[in-house]
Design a protein around this ligand. Structure first.
Ligand SMILES: Nc1ncnc2c1ncn2[C@@H]1O[C@H](COP(=O)(O)OP(=O)(O)O)[C@@H](O)[C@H]1O
Ligand SMILES: [Mg+2]
Length: 272
């Protein structure tokens, strides 16, 4: 792929983000997502991954956060001062972490509510058909209250809700968190399919680096509000530091224990 600007659906140019006007969390972050591509954003807890996604989707405003420097371009247009609703209409949707569904609504009602910004009448039906095509489990459960389905099915529901907004770019915040390995596998297969077949670009935030590097061909590593490394996933997988500090997952996807994390913090000097 050439490197001309038109090849990127999203360009984050050296942004700085502050909460409450004083808490500086992102200290110059640049990330590019190719059109139709999947890019992973890795990093430990508290690095600033969710903040990055909220800066893109406009959800920062709800938390008294602001992009105070740099710019974000979506399909060539500046979006860093836009309201979240407008950004969704342009085709960006964020799947926030923690798979928050409306528990008192059925699965199908959850999907329909998400459609209101982008789809009316017949288009809602088309959206539902598409979601049920990719998530047959949701079709089976469509009349069940979302509070009563499994964690995996709730994660599918929030991804389905994102699809109802007819997105060009989905921002996924830790979709694997707390799910059983088999379900993680199922969800990531569907995410890959959506990318290939519906041509939806993805920016994927994950703490499970092994998983993310398998799904995304390119990844960025974030530490303490800065990008400290970016490369093809192939190269990152072979990088000793990445192996040590980010691929320290057991077969079951559990994180390294606290002692190892502390060890990692001490050894972090390699990054500076
Ligand atoms: N609404 C907020 N107000 C103030 N500080 C926040 C807020 N949200 C996140 N932070 C801080 O910003 C830093 C990055 O958080 P976050 O983006 O959630 O990291 P990650 O998603 O990588 O775990 C953390 O130190 C966190 O405490
Ligand atoms: Mg987060």
């Amino acid at each position: 792929m050439s490197n001309s600007n038109e090849d990127y659906i999203l360009k984050i140019n050296n942004i700085e983000v502050k909460y409450h006007e004083v808490i500086l969390v992102l200290k110059g972050v640049s990330i590019k997502v190719p059109k139709g591509g999947i890019v992973a954003l890795l990093g430990a807890n508290g690095a600033g991954k969710s903040t990055t996604l909220k800066a893109i989707s406009g959800l920062l405003n709800h938390e008294n956060g602001e992009v105070t420097d740099g710019s974000i371009e979506f399909m060539g247009e500046r979006i860093d001062k836009m309201r979240a609703e407008k950004i969704t209409k342009m085709g960006i949707v964020q799947v926030i972490e923690g798979r928050r569904v409306f528990e008192h609504l059925t699965v199908e009602e959850n999907l329909k509510v998400a459609a209101h910004l982008k789809r009316k009448g017949k288009k809602v039906k088309e959206g539902l058909d598409m979601v049920y095509h990719y998530f047959p489990r949701l079709k089976e459960k469509r009349n069940i209250l979302a509070g009563f389905i499994s964690g995996g099915e709730q994660q599918m529901t929030v991804v389905g809700r994102a699809m109802m907004t007819d997105p060009k770019l989905i921002l996924l915040d830790e979709p694997s968190m707390g799910l059983a390995p088999m379900l993680i596998h199922e969800i990531f297969n569907i995410i890959t399919k959506l990318n290939k077949e519906e041509k939806i670009s993805m920016l994927l935030v994950e703490q499970n680096a092994k998983l993310a590097l398998n799904v995304a061909p390119y990844a960025y590593v974030m530490e303490n509000g800065r990008i400290v490394m970016d490369d093809t996933s192939e190269k990152l997988q072979d990088n000793e530091d990445i192996k040590d500090f980010y691929l320290g997952f057991s077969e079951h996807g559990e994180r390294k224990n606290f002692r190892n994390v502390k060890h990692y913090k001490r050894k972090k000097r390699w990054l500076t």
